[in-house]
Write a protein that binds this ligand. Structure first.
Ligand code: ZN
Ligand code: ZN
Ligand code: ZN
Length: 84
């Protein structure tokens, strides 16, 4: 079974001008992007670790999903930092 890799799928969405915000356990947002590959609701959401545009939410789970917005640079925030 052929499955698109994460980056391949993101590329495809970018081409179609759909939102590439990656919500933990949900996947790509896929709404119509207005700017920088982000839809109106995800555009302007800043990273929990710095002030860059967030591209995903943290998928680390304790009692609850962490869900902190993270930029590309801090996408591996889980495992390094205590979430929640
Ligand atoms: Zn979105
Ligand atoms: Zn960041
Ligand atoms: Zn987290």
């Amino acid at each position: 079974m052929k499955k698109l890799s994460f980056s391949a799928e993101r590329k495809k969405l970018k081409k179609k001008r759909l939102c590439i915000f990656n919500e933990a356990y949900i996947g790509f947002c896929r709404q119509k992007a207005i700017k920088s590959g982000m839809c109106a609701s995800h555009r302007g959401i800043t990273c929990h670790m710095c002030s860059a545009q967030a591209t995903q939410t943290c998928s680390k789970t304790g009692n609850l999903v962490c869900g902190a917005p993270l930029c590309r640079r801090h996408s591996d925030h889980f495992g390094q930092v205590r979430c929640g």
